[in-house]
Write a protein that binds this ligand. Sequence first.
Ligand code: CA
Length: 228
Amino acid sequence: MPANILVVEDEPAIQGLLKLNLEHAGHRVVCVGDAEQAQRLMRQMLPDLVLLDWMLPGQSGVQFARALRRDERTRQVPIIMLTARAQEEDKVSGLDAGADDYVTKPFSPRELLARINAVLRRRAPQRTDEPVELAGLRLDPATRRVWAGDRQIELGPTEFRLLHFFMAHPERVHSRAQLLDRVWGDHVYVEERTVDVHIRRLRKALAPTGHDRLIETVRGSGYRFAAA
Ligand code: CA
């Protein structure tokens, strides 16, 4: 399952190398050269993961990582720091700033991809190909199929992503804005009503087997996948 990866790196050669390797692995990549551009971009869409260079013109990678962690909206976005500095204390301050992992330049593309996958599995399971089984439903991202027992459920692409996100984050209440950010990747241009439309479709698809009751409306807050 492709992830949207934001690369924040000021060296064009490394930027190009990252883009090439990540796209080759099936990811969607946007590159920017500094934290200010990254900030502007993230106001419109949240990536599934940020690859963040340490040494940037203007705000440093560590400062930017801290800023992302302070902000409620961007707190959950996985960050991998990229740096030429291999000192132990640098590693510690990168992780202290909220980075999930740390890759030292020059990096091997295979190692970087392995670390990206590990962080996504941990932090954004809805972006991996791991099948999820919960509350009588089985969802397989690799084949894009959903089963309730031995009955296959037909879902449109958005309903599939929505259900995948819910199953990867059960029990928590998600506001419409959060769902737009995490499932649609856009909370600016898509209206909140859109969420309700797709929730309705998802419930309708799950209704024949009674699984529609798993998608709860939480009044005034949003929606919850109640697996318990
Ligand atoms: Ca740099």
